[in-house]
Design a protein around this ligand. Structure first.
Ligand SMILES: Cc1cc2nc3c(=O)[nH]c(=O)nc-3n(C[C@H](O)[C@H](O)[C@H](O)COP(=O)(O)OP(=O)(O)OC[C@H]3O[C@@H](n4cnc5c(N)ncnc54)[C@H](O)[C@@H]3O)c2cc1C
Length: 464
């Protein structure tokens, strides 16, 4: 095990093998699950992460019902945590609506709040125990070879300066599970970052209590540190119970393709915590601990925009594939499901797994991801439209079924919901948004033909 063994400048001598069937870059939920499944099927798998585990990760820490069900189906165990079921949704005008949860055909109504330091470590350990070979190093380049295989350069480790020691590894298949800023995706030209739909979110743990998990749609007017008060859109805040008497509090903002405006989330968190306290949504807060707790942020790559899921033996999973939900920022369920589909594709379509895998992405994720990305772009990135929609929604006499339908739709659970009340309405919502998206994209295609994404962008050939 390279991660806990010799010093990192001995990276090269610590790795007995240089050639693997599969190299998985990144050991978040998507990478660990992919590596575990492939190793379980007898393939030689290297699992490379630049961080030494256990490591922290900015997250709301809610492992949704679909994610828990997927892990159970794959016979992967999950650590214990705080149950998260029904939620409260609060509007800028202080209206609060309960989004009731319910057991669907393919999931239980309960998710779990598990700090990512614990959750990711748990999955990582299971991948290693199943036979994946751990390498703690930063992947600095990925080059496709003319025979369809890949050469991966990895250097240093968590504490080594860049370039201190590097190795070259060879593999038949590569899985990019290296998150929103994926090196695999950029080196193999599988993404065009300026075409992607970006968000940025920050979180802090504070010692306090919260009733039902809370999500706040924010217009920024009452956030003390938000700067320009109207500029929080499209933004949301959350307060989720966390084990050990803590609450995970965070703020996320959509920042489009230019990735400008991430500081808005960073600058708004203290104001949001003050707002929650002021409105009585957080139980007694230990002020000193709250202000000294570490704030951690991260990028969200959403809506499958500007990313193609794979080519030949290279597949992108989880955040690297841009699978984060554009409406509420969930990405762990998609990370696990896509990892499982990528492993299946490698095991069952060895000559070109990307065809089977892209098909999976198209069928399982594209309808929802494209529709909700459209809603995000059209409604949420325009302050005035967002204010009108929020005004209408918060003025509605919210009945149980409408709230449940929205809860199902924005959590991408409507297709798996079955006979839950509100499911029909949620599906109708999804179809209408999908239809609006198709009309709008045919219209824009007619006006300016798309340049990206294509399923076959130019190949990144071997650099000599
Ligand atoms: C603030 C915030 C809150 C969120 N809240 C939630 C939530 O409550 N529920 C939810 O479902 N989702 C949430 N998400 C989204 C969720 O965190 C991601 O969707 C999820 O982590 C995706 O998993 P992944 O395995 O694809 O990538 P990651 O978890 O990002 O893992 C990528 C791994 O790759 C490694 N890596 C990166 N580059 C390299 C390299 N060059 N070489 C080697 N290793 C590399 C990293 O160290 C990391 O371990 C949130 C995101 C943010 C930012």
């Amino acid at each position: 095990m390279v991660g806990s063994g010799p010093p990192q400048d001995a990276l090269a001598s610590a790795i007995p093998k240089r050639s693997f069937d599969v190299i998985v870059v990144g050991s978040g939920p998507s990478g660990s699950v992919a590596a575990l499944l492939l190793a379980r099927s007898g393939l030689e798998v290297a699992l490379i992460d630049k961080a030494r585990f256990p490591r922290d990760k900015a997250c709301g820490d809610v492992i949704g019902p679909r994610a828990l069900r997927a892990l159970e189906r794959l016979k992967i165990t999950t650590p214990s945590g705080e149950p998260v079921a029904s939620m409260q949704l609060s509007f800028p005008n202080a209206t609060v609506v309960e989004l009731p949860s319910g057991t669907g055909l393919e999931f239980d109504g309960v998710g779990r709040s598990i700090p990512r330091r614990i959750f990711d470590h748990h999955l990582h350990e299971q991948a290693l125990a199943t036979g994946a070979f751990e390498i703690t190093a930063r992947v600095s380049s990925v080059v496709a070879q003319s025979d369809g295989s890949f050469v991966v350069e990895a250097e240093g480790g968590p504490t080594s300066p860049p370039g201190s020691s590097s190795i070259h590894l060879h593999c038949r298949y590569i899985i990019g599970a290296d998150g929103a800023n994926s090196k695999v995706a950029s080196d193999l030209v599988l993404t065009s970052p300026s075409e992607a739909l970006w968000g940025f979110a920050v979180r802090r743990y504070i010692p306090a209590t919260v009733g039902l998990p809370l999500i706040s749609l924010l217009d920024g007017a009452d956030l003390v540190n938000a700067g320009d008060p109207k500029r929080i859109f499209p933004g949301y805040g959350w307060a989720f119970p966390s084990p050990g008497g803590m609450v995970n509090v965070g703020v996320g903002v959509g920042v489009g393709g230019g990735r400008k405006g991430s500081s808005l989330a960073t600058n708004s968190l203290t104001g949001y915590i003050d707002k929650l306290c002021h409105e009585g949504n957080l139980g007694p807060v230990d002020g000193e601990h709250a202000s000294s707790s570490k704030q951690l942020g991260g990028w969200l790559k959403m809506g499958m925009a500007g990313t193609t899921g794979g080519r030949g033996g290279a597949l992108l999973v989880g955040d690297a594939a841009g699978l984060v939900n554009p409406l509420q920022g969930e990405g762990i369920a998609q990370a696990i499901e896509s990892a499982s589909a990528a492993a299946e594709a490698i095991l069952h379509a060895r000559s070109d797994p990307s065809v089977r895998y892209r098909d999976y992405l198209l069928q399982r994720h594209a309808p929802y991801q494209h529709g909700s990305a459209f809603l995000h772009r059209y409604a949420l990135t325009h302050e005035r439209r967002a204010l009108i929609i929020l005004g209408v929604l918060s003025g509605l006499p919210f009945q149980h079924a409408i709230a449940q339908a929205w809860g199902l739709y924005w959590n991408d659970l409507s297709d798996a919901a079955g006979p839950i009340p509100g499911a029909l309405l949620a599906r109708a919502m999804g179809r209408s948004i999908g239809l609006l998206h198709s009309i709008s994209s045919s219209y824009s295609r007619a006006r300016s033909p798309l340049t990206f994404p294509t399923s076959h962008p130019p190949r990144n050939h071997r650099k000599e």
